[in-house]
Design a protein around this ligand. Structure first.
Ligand code: UDP
Ligand code: MN
Length: 302
C-alpha cells in the first residue's frame, strides 16, 4: 500500500502558481539570451528558479563539484567550500570532489555541510610546473569521471579554486554541456579571442571561426558529456606534447576548440565567472562566482 502511494505521489510542480510567460515581452533586452544554435545564455531575470528547482527535485538530481587544490592552492579551499555551502545548488544533492596532492592537510578541515551534501578528498598527482597542473586537470577529471563520478552524480561542474561564491549558482546553470563566457571577452570580436593560433597545435582555431571565448574556470555537464570533453582535450594536449608545442592558454585553449565543434547546450553569462578587476558594468546584475585576488608568483611556483 505504501509502495502504491509512492507511485502516485503528486509531482512537485502540481498547482505551482507563477506569472505567465509572455511571448512578446522579452525578460531582458540589454543582453542576448540565446545563441544561434538555440542554447540559452543564463542571465539574471531570464528564468524562474522556483520552476527549475521543482523540475530538478522531481528528478532527484545529484550534482558534483570538482576542484583542484594542488600545492599552495589549498589556501583557497576553506573559503571556497564555505561560500559554496551558502550559494551552490542549495537544497539539492551535492558532492564536492577535492582533488589534491595534500590529502592529509585537506582532511584537517572539518567542514559542516548542509543536508544531502558530502565532501570527498581524492588523491591527485602533482606537477612541477603550474602549466602542467592546469593541463593535467583534463586527464584527472576524465579518469575520475570514468571510474567514479559517473556512478555517483548526474551532472558534474569543474571549477577553479581561486574563486568564491557571492550569489546563487543553482540548477538554472545545469545542462547536458555548459560553458561560461569569459569575463574578459564577452564583447570582443573573434579575431581578438586568445585562441591558439598556430596550426601545429590541436587547439588551433582559425581567425574566421569561434563563437565565444569560454573560461576554463567553470564548465560542466552530464558525466557522460564531461567524459567526452575531458577525453578530447586530454588527447589534444598529449598530441601537442609529442610535437613539443603547448597551447597558449593551456587546457583553456583545448576547451575552446572543443566547444566550437561540440557546442554547449547552455551558456553561462559572466555572472557565473567574474573578476572584480573588470569593474561592474550595468548589464551585470549579479556576481555569483568571483575570482579571489592572488599573487601569481607567490602562489604558483613554490
Ligand atoms: N592549481 C592548483 N595548484 C597550482 C596551480 C593551479 O591547484 O599550483 C589549480 C587550481 O584549482 C587553480 C587552477 O588549477 O584554480 C587554475 O590555475 P589558476 O587559477 O592559477 O589559473 P588562472 O585562473 O590564474 O588562469
Ligand atoms: Mn583561477
Amino acid at each position: 500500500r505504501r509502495f502504491v502511494a509512492f507511485l502516485v505521489q503528486k509531482p512537485v510542480l502540481f498547482r505551482m502558481l507563477y506569472e505567465k510567460p509572455r511571448a512578446l515581452n522579452p525578460t531582458r533586452t540589454d543582453v542576448v539570451m540565446m545563441t544561434p544554435w538555440l542554447a540559452p545564455i543564463v542571465w539574471n531575470g531570464t528564468y524562474n528558479i522556483d520552476i527549475l528547482n521543482a523540475q530538478f527535485h522531481q528528478r532527484g538530481v545529484r550534482i558534483g563539484l570538482a576542484m583542484f587544490a594542488i600545492k599552495k592552492y589549498v589556501v583557497f579551499l576553506k573559503n571556497f567550500i564555505e561560500t559554496a555551502e551558502k550559494f551552490f545548488m542549495v537544497g539539492h544533492k551535492v558532492n564536492y570532489y577535492i582533488l589534491t596532492d595534500r590529502v592529509e592537510e585537506v582532511h584537517q578541515y572539518n567542514f559542516t555541510l548542509g543536508e544531502g551534501r558530502q565532501l570527498f578528498t581524492l588523491q591527485s598527482p602533482t606537477y612541477k610546473r603550474w602549466q602542467d597542473i592546469c593541463f593535467r586537470r583534463m586527464e584527472m577529471i576524465r579518469n575520475y569521471t570514468r571510474d567514479r563520478f559517473i556512478n555517483e552524480v548526474d551532472y558534474l561542474a569543474v571549477a577553479d579554486i581561486d574563486m568564491q561564491f557571492s550569489d546563487d549558482v543553482g540548477v538554472e546553470s545545469l545542462s547536458e554541456l555548459f560553458g561560461t563566457i569569459h569575463p574578459g571577452f564577452y564583447n570582443a570580436p573573434r579575431q581578438r579571442f586568445t585562441y591558439e593560433r598556430r596550426p601545429q597545435s590541436r587547439a588551433y582555431i582559425p581567425y574566421d571561426e569561434g563563437d565565444f571565448y569560454y573560461a576554463a574556470g567553470y564548465f560542466g555537464g552530464t558525466t557522460e558529456e564531461i567524459y567526452k570533453l575531458t577525453n578530447y582535450c586530454h588527447n589534444g594536449i598529449m598530441a601537442d606534447r609529442e610535437k613539443n608545442i603547448e597551447a597558449l592558454w593551456h587546457e583553456e585553449s583545448h576547451l575552446n576548440k572543443y566547444f566550437i565543434y561540440y557546442k554547449p547546450t547552455k551558456l553561462l553569462s559572466p555572472e557565473y565567472l567574474w573578476d572584480n578587476r573588470m569593474g561592474i558594468p550595468g548589464f551585470l546584475k549579479r556576481r555569483r562566482f568571483v575570482a579571489v585576488p592572488k599573487n601569481h608568483n607567490e602562489i604558483r611556483n613554490k
